[in-house]
Every structure is written in C-alpha cells, then in structure tokens.
Design a binder for this molecule. Structure first.
Ligand SMILES: N[C@@H](CCC(=O)N[C@@H](CS)C(=O)NCC(=O)O)C(=O)O
Length: 242
C-alpha cells in the first residue's frame, strides 16, 4: 500500500489530512511542494491546483474533506465520520462551516500581517523543500506575495472583516465545547479535527511539523493572546488526539 500526501507544510488544510493519517496510524510519504511551483505538479494529478492531494494505490483524491471521507472508507478503524446519520450530518455541517469561517478567514487575517515579514513566510514555505527553496522564494517573494494577495483577496479591509468572522466562529466553537466535550455527540470526530487543525496556526503546536517562530509578529501576537481563553478547549482536544 503506497500512500502519498502532496502538501504544503504550512497549510492548515493539509494539517487536517496529516492529522487524519496520523490518527489512523497510517504510513505515508509526504511530497512537500513550493507554493507557486506546486501548480505544475498538482495539475498533472487533479482538477484544481490546490493541496492537499493524496495518491493511494494509483487513485487520486483532492481536498481535505474528501480525503478524510476516503480514508474512513478505505481504513474504517478509528472512524472520523460519525456512524449515526444525525451525528454524521452535524459533523459535516460543522466541517463545511469551519472550512470557510476558520479555514479561509483565519488564513486571510494572518497573511495580511505575515506577508509583511518575508523571511518568516519564506521560511515556512521552504520547510521540507529542496536546498535552494529559501533563496529562490526570497527572490520571487514580491511576485508571490502579490499573487497571493490577489488570489486570496488579502488586504487591510478584507483582513479586518476576516478577523471578525474567524472570532465569531471561535466563539461558537468555545460556546459549544462549554456545554459538551466534543462538537458532535460524545466522541472525537472530523468536526473537532477540523476545528483543531484550522485553528492550530494561532497556538502553533509542535505536532503540526513546522518550525514556528518564538512568537507571532505584532499585531498578531497581542490579538491572538486576547483569544487565549477561547482557544483553551480546542487546544486541549488537539493535545489529546493529535
Ligand atoms: N477546500 C480545499 C482548500 C485547500 C486550500 O485552500 N489549499 C491551499 C493551501 S492552504 C492551496 O493549495 N492554495 C494554492 C492553490 O489553490 O493553488 C481543501 O479543503 O482541501
């Protein structure tokens, strides 16, 4: 059985899949791609240019949610998708909500600041890549940054909106986890995994596999510190199941 994950180590959508694979105890290889250059590799395999993509025994699956469903079908031990139909639907609804409200909005909010720190971003992007990755990325950083801002609609005003959306989602997660141990039913599921993986860049856990900075640049550091209490329960779930 050969399982390969095409990914960016920095990507929180890829962290969903790394976590699912590790949770199930599956062996896999990672192919770490450089943002920008990844398009050539991924477009040969799949319809869109985005990662994560997995290749399993000649089959290709693209998109974190689809990959988790595929893994649950192929490797049913330690299922992440609830078996009970009502709970399954609730978990899928949470995941769809979190992919946008945390996935997209946290990313836009954080990159608005991170892109002002080229050496931090190129360090993240070069992780696990070839020896020339960092100097290459530094060279192309101005174009790469411009392209990312365009593709992900990153600017001061959109990032301020995204901060609000992400914080509203975090509040909803925290409120739910104040009443029950997990987001759906009484077991860890793909809903909790999605919340933990997508919020992880705020609490920078070592299991994520990235060399995080000592602290985030301002104003991220102090804004994220203000969310510390609300992040507590998600962090506990991450520590327990990751
Ligand atoms: N809905 C997709 C989103 C994945 C996604 O946004 N991936 C980003 C990295 S975080 C990416 O590959 N961006 C570059 C591209 O789309 O070409 C999923 O859940 O897998």
């Amino acid at each position: 059985m050969a399982l390969v994950l095409y990914q960016f180590p920095i990507s929180h959508f890829c962290e969903k899949v790394r976590w699912a694979l590790d949770y199930k105890g599956l062996e896999y290889r990672t192919k770490n791609l450089l943002p920008g250059l990844h398009v050539k590799t991924i477009k040969k395999l799949a319809k869109d240019s985005s990662v994560p993509v997995i290749e399993h025994d000649g089959r290709i699956v693209q998109g974190a949610g689809k990959i988790i469903s595929y893994l649950d079908e192929q490797f049913p031990d330690k299922k992440l998708t609830p078996v009970n139909p009502g709970e399954r639907q609730a978990a899928q609804e949470w995941e769809r909500y979190l992919d946008v409200e945390v996935g997209i909005h946290l990313r836009r909010y954080m990159y608005q600041v991170l892109l002002q720190h080229p050496s931090l971003v190129t360090g993240f992007f070069a992780t696990g890549g070839p020896f020339w990755a960092k100097p290459f990325l530094r060279l192309v950083f101005p174009q790469l940054s411009k392209r990312m801002r365009h593709l992900m609609d990153i600017n001061k005003a959109s990032a301020a909106q995204s901060k609000k959306r992400m914080e509203a989602a975090l509040k909803r997660i925290d409120d739910t986890l104040s009443k029950q141990r997990y987001l759906v039913g009484d077991r860890f599921s793909r809903a909790d995994l999605t919340a933990g993986a997508l919020l992880a860049p705020l609490f920078m856990p070592p299991q994520y596999g990235l060399r995080w900075p000592e602290q985030l640049p301002e104003p991220l550091r102090s804004e994220v510190a203000a969310l510390d209490d609300q992040l507590k329960k998600v962090k506990e779930i991450y520590q327990k199941h990751r």
